[in-house]
Structures are given as C-alpha cells and as structure tokens.
Write a protein that binds this ligand. Structure first.
Ligand SMILES: Cc1cc2nc3c(=O)[nH]c(=O)nc-3n(C[C@H](O)[C@H](O)[C@H](O)COP(=O)(O)OP(=O)(O)OC[C@H]3O[C@@H](n4cnc5c(N)ncnc54)[C@H](O)[C@@H]3O)c2cc1C
Length: 604
C-alpha cells in the first residue's frame, strides 16, 4: 500500500469582508489566486476533552462523525493511503428474455440508476414511480446554485465505478464539484487541519436532488423509448400474485421536494400528504406487474419492502435498530468568498458535540449541515430564530459566521429539524421475493427485489449510502447476465440475494460500529493503526479505509477485520501473559532471595 509523505500548508490571511445581509450571486468576481486563507479561531470556549480529539482518517464528501476518534496526531496534514481499485466489468451484457413490464417504485438515485441498467440491457416497458415532484433540470445553474436546495452527497470511487459502467459517469460528474481533501477545525487545531486524501478517485460532490435530476436527464435523453418516469405518484399498495409478480396501486401525492426523510413514519407524515382513503376521484391506478423493484429509500412507508416484510412466504425481512446515538440536522448555506478554496470538505466541531459539515456545490457555494443531538435542548432552541442563530454561529462557528447571510439564517430558523436515518438492513439472507414454485403457471412468472437505502440504511458519516446503492444495481446487472443461460430473468433474483444480502448486512453492521463509543470505534481504530504499521503484511488498515477499497465486498471487510481483531487480541493476550510470567518469575526470585537472606541471617 503506497503511502505518500507530501504535505500541505494553508496560509492564514485576514478574513474577507462579506455581506451578512445579502447572498453573493456568484463567487467568480473577486477571487484572488493563491492558497486558501483559513482564519484562526479563538478556542477558549472549546472543551479540553475535545482538544484531545482528532481524526485518524477522513473521508472527504462524507459527514463526519460528530464525535470522531481521538488521535495524538497534531500535524496540520494527514495523508490517507490510496485505496485499491476494483475490476468491475463494463459494457452491455447478454440478457435473458425480459418481463412484459417492470415497475421501479422510487425515482431516487438507485431507482433511476436501476432503470438505466435495465434499459441498457435492452429491456422495454420500464416504469419509474416517484412520489416527489419532478426536479428542475440539472443545467438550471441558478436554481442549483441556491445552496438551500437539498443536501450535498459525495460520490466516491465505488459510485463512480458503477456510474462509469452504466455509461453515465461523464454526465453526472459534469454537475459535481471535486473535493480533494478535508479541512477540520477542532480545539487542538484552531487554525484548521487539512487532511489530504490520496485516493485514486477524488470524491465528487453533488446535491442529492441534482444527482437525481442528472440521472433523469440521462434516462430521458438516452432511454426514453424504454423508460417512463412519473412524478408525484405514490405506490400505496403492493399485493403479490400467485405467479410471483404483484398488483401495484399508485395514486397522486403531494410530497415536498426538499424532504429529508428520517425513516420515521411521523417525520414522513409531515412531508407527504396522507393518501386519500377512498378513490371517488378515480385517481388510483392499479396494474399487474411481473417485475417489481423496490427502491424506496429508508422510509418506513415503503410499499414494496413492507409488502415483503408482511409476506410469510418471503424471506426478506427488515431489521431496524434502535438509534442509540441520534442526530438531528438543519442545512445552512455558507458563501465562501473567492479567496477561499472551494475543493475542501469543511468541518468544525464544538465542545457540546455539535458538528458543522460543509460540502461545495458545483457553483462553489457550500451547503453546511449542522448536526445536533436531539437531547441537546439548549442548542436546539438556539436554532429557532435568526438572532439566536447568529449569536450561536458567532460564538461556536466563528470561522463560518461571516459567510452566512441573515436571510439564510432566517430560512434556517424556519426549516424544521430533520433526523438522520436509523440503521436498518434487509435480513433473512434475502433481498427478493421468491417466485412460487407451485405458482399459477397461467400467469407470466414474476418476482421482486429491493435495492439502495431500502436494504441498507446507514448514517452518512462515511459516505457509503448512495455509493453502495449504485453497487447494488451493478450486482443485479451481473446476476441478470449470469441468468442469461437459464433463459429466465427470475433466476437472477435469488442470485442477487446470494451475492448482496450478506454485504447489505455487513455494511450496516460496520457503520453501526462506527456510531459507537470508545470500545467499538476508537479502540479498534487505534489497534488497527498500530498493528498495520508494525506488521503491514499481516494486518490491514482500519475499517474506514477498508470500506474505501473498491474491490472489497463489505462482507469481506467485516470478515477480514474480525480475523485481524482476533489476532490482535491473541498477540496482546500473549504479550500480557509473557509480561505476567516474567513479572511472576522476577517476584518469585526476589522473594526466594529475600527468604534465603532472612533464613541465612537467622542461622548466622
Ligand atoms: C444529510 C445526508 C447526507 C448524505 N451524504 C451522503 C454522502 O456523502 N455519500 C453517500 O454515499 N450517501 C450520502 N447520503 C445517503 C444518500 O442520500 C442515500 O444513500 C441515497 O439517497 C439512497 O438512494 P435511494 O434511491 O436508495 O433512496 P432515496 O434517495 O431515499 O430515494 C428513494 C425515493 O423513493 C421515493 N419513494 C419512497 N417511497 C415511495 C413510494 N411508495 N412510491 C413512490 N415513490 C416512493 C422517495 O420519494 C425517494 O425519492 C446522505 C444522506 C443524508 C440524509
């Protein structure tokens, strides 16, 4: 594993005067050339506890854990090793005969990506049902330049490899901003510490909704004859048929497009109009569908995942974990002046465990996410008015406050708190609904499967959500290729479960361990750091770095880490045992000598 030793210096300059009342229309006017000026910050208010914290590794383009692990590293720059690159195939593969109709429920990143994958295989009559309204064109720079629109997500190597394979990487990347490294402020690094990420694939940042808009454009420009995307419709019912397919019902709905779901039904109720119970207006559409793909994200209102969960004949069961470390958040635009670098993931933390993570849009403005513990009533109260927010930013985030307008603080105050999703995965080793062997042979054989956040919901601390969702689609693609010989596309579904269910669970298990405390997160990182440095041929780097190895499955990472951990414990136990044995022998010898001396003295 190559390890670079390059370093980077950030030059500190006086802050640039920016209007607090008016958001700049563009960054492109007054930006002097040269390195980023980063403003020193008075940290007297930051806790000594936090001053010991640092970052062992970091992932640009991901929201940092608000309480990251401690580190003794006080250098201004940390280099992260380059991950290996996976060898995924590319090109259009042989396909078994297609079903007469496919409905993908959910037109988010994974649903649209799945539609592209199927259309590239030559499938036709693919429908995507999306309850949100149609997003604006990804080219509407003025709209997407508004950082109040949707949060930013980082597309890492895993995601880029998948996008490349489906022929849409150039389009998506044309709307992204490249992020090369992180800039973290913490009490021990009041002037900020840059972490250069030496990755083969630089993280590409894009607003979640703009990613959707870009994929939609890809669908409509290249696959309009195969795919129809309908917005503002919600799948409200999914009833399985004897032949394996489903009868799906959809109806118009009025979901707000700025919805940030939490996976919580009450939260979803706030953002989506409850569907009408009867159908007097005749707005419901009910259709038989041989192949159903559930790409509905983390919401508990999922129709397809819930229908599988409720079906005794189906092994796909949702496993949801209680959130033991919940976070709520609000987004805030940060108008960095031209003199600041716009290729960084800016991040700052306070003594109370509040974190502000900011990623740039293509237009160069930052979208910040302020993450707060819901139990922290004092801080939550400060987020409710423009005045208290300004005071809060002045005191706790002085490095950003000059670049936030009063207008945006007003909008932030009015915006409700969103909740990060709780961990969940689709368990039972199955991500599909099996095709009934004794099914009704008079009907077309059918089946269903799930992908994306529906099968692995994680907190976005390490940027694995959308990237693993794209990978799900490439794996389903592989399975359809493998099923070509059988002549039955339904054969691909069990194969998909076999190849992906274990990884969905492993991804959630790994991410949950990141969300833990000292024993499950910090200590393993410290141990991995020490052992992989001492014995690089025996021990792998820490789990976070391992998840960035694009050719490693998440289940492989989990297994390898279990092996590393067992070996580390064995070595430490042996070392402790050896030290104990030596100490025991020394004590025994000393005691023997003393007794000998005493008895010799008595005899004399
Ligand atoms: C604040 C935040 C930051 C994040 N940062 C990152 C990051 O840096 N990197 C990363 O990889 N991931 C990140 N993620 C996670 C990422 O956004 C998700 O993993 C990704 O959006 C999952 O895509 P999806 O299509 O599976 O689900 P979603 O994006 O949730 O899309 C599902 C779609 O289905 C629709 N839908 C649901 N039910 C129905 C129904 N019954 N009928 C019709 N439509 C329906 C929904 O409206 C939605 O549009 C972040 C998430 C959050 C909240």
């Amino acid at each position: 594993m190559p390890s670079l030793t390059m370093s980077s210096t950030l030059v500190v300059r006086p802050p640039v005067a920016v209007s607090r009342t008016k958001r700049p229309s563009s960054r492109a006017t007054a930006r002097p050339h040269g390195p980023s000026p980063i403003r020193p910050v008075d940290v007297s208010r930051w806790s000594p506890g936090l001053s010991r914290r640092g970052r062992l590794v970091s992932t640009p383009g991901a929201i940092a854990d608000p309480e990251p692990p401690s580190s003794s590293n006080s250098a201004s720059t940390v280099i992260v090793d380059a991950p290996d690159v996976g060898a995924h195939g590319s090109g259009i593969a042989p396909s078994p005969p297609q079903p007469s109709k496919t409905v993908i429920v959910g037109g988010g990143p994974s649903g649209l990506f799945a539609a592209i994958m199927l259309a590239r295989r030559g499938w036709r009559n693919i429908e995507v049902w999306e309850r949100l309204q149609r997003p604006p064109s990804p080219d509407a720079n003025e709209i997407w330049g508004d950082p109040n629109r949707s949060y930013c997500i980082g597309v890492s190597g895993r995601g880029q490899i998948a996008l490349e394979r489906m022929g849409c990487v150039d389009r998506v990347l044309s709307y992204c901003k490249t992020v090369n490294s992180r800039m973290d402020w913490s009490p021990q690094n009041p002037e900020g510490k840059e972490t250069i990420s030496n990755k083969q694939y630089a993280t590409q940042v894009i607003q979640r909704d703009r990613l959707v808009a870009a994929l939609l454009k890809e669908v409509e420009e290249k696959y309009a004859d195969a795919v129809t995307v309908t917005h503002g419709v919600q799948c409200v019912s999914c009833e399985w048929t004897g032949a394996g397919g489903a009868i799906l019902t959809r109806q118009p709905t009025e979901c707000r497009s700025d919805e940030h779901k939490s996976g919580d039904e009450e939260d979803d109720d706030e953002t989506c109009e409850a569907p009408p119970v009867d159908d007097e207006a005749g707005v419901r559409v009910t259709v038989p569908v041989p192949f159903v793909v559930g790409a509905e994200g983390a919401s508990r209102r999922n129709a397809v995942a819930r229908a599988m969960d409720d079906d005794d004949a189906c092994d796909a069961k949702m496993v949801r974990f209680e959130d033991t470390n919940p976070r709520v958040y609000k987004t805030i635009p940060i108008n960095l002046p031209e003199s600041y670098r716009d290729d960084l993931n800016y991040s700052a933390r306070t003594k109370g465990g509040v974190a502000l993570e900011a990623l740039p849009t293509k237009e160069g403005l930052l979208v910040g996410i302020l993450l707060v513990k819901p139990g922290d009533k004092e801080t939550c109260a400060k987020l409710e008015s423009r005045e208290s927010l300004r005071k809060y930013f002045d005191e706790d985030f002085p490095m950003f406050t000059d670049f936030i307008t009063d207008e945006d603080l007003e909008l932030m105050a009015k915006r409700p708190l969103s909740t990060l999703p709780t961990f969940a995965y689709c368990g039972g080793d199955s991500l599909h609904r099996r095709v009934a062997e004794d099914g009704d042979s008079s009907q077309e054989a059918g089946g269903a499967c799930l992908l994306g956040d529906s099968i692995h919901t994680v907190k976005p601390y390490f940027g694995l959500g959308v990237n693993s969702a794209f990978e799900d689609v490439t794996i389903l693609d592989d399975c359809l290729t493998s099923a070509a010989g059988s002549g039955k596309w339904t054969e691909a579904l069990a194969d998909y479960s076999k190849r992906r269910a274990e990884d969905a669970k492993a991804l959630v298990d790994i991410s949950r361990s990141f969300d833990g405390g000292f024993l499950t997160f910090v200590l393993p990182l410290i141990l991995d750091g020490i052992f992989s440095k001492l014995l690089p041929n025996v021990f792998m780097p820490n789990t976070i770095q391992m998840t960035q190895k694009y050719d490693w499955r998440f289940s492989q990472v989990a297994k390898r880490k279990r092996r590393d951990r067992a070996l580390q414990v064995a070595i430490l136990a042996s070392a402790l045992g050896a030290v104990g044995t030596v100490a025991f022998m020394v004590v025994r010898t000393l005691v023997g000598l003393m007794i000998g001396a005493m008895t010799g003295g008595l005899a004399a």
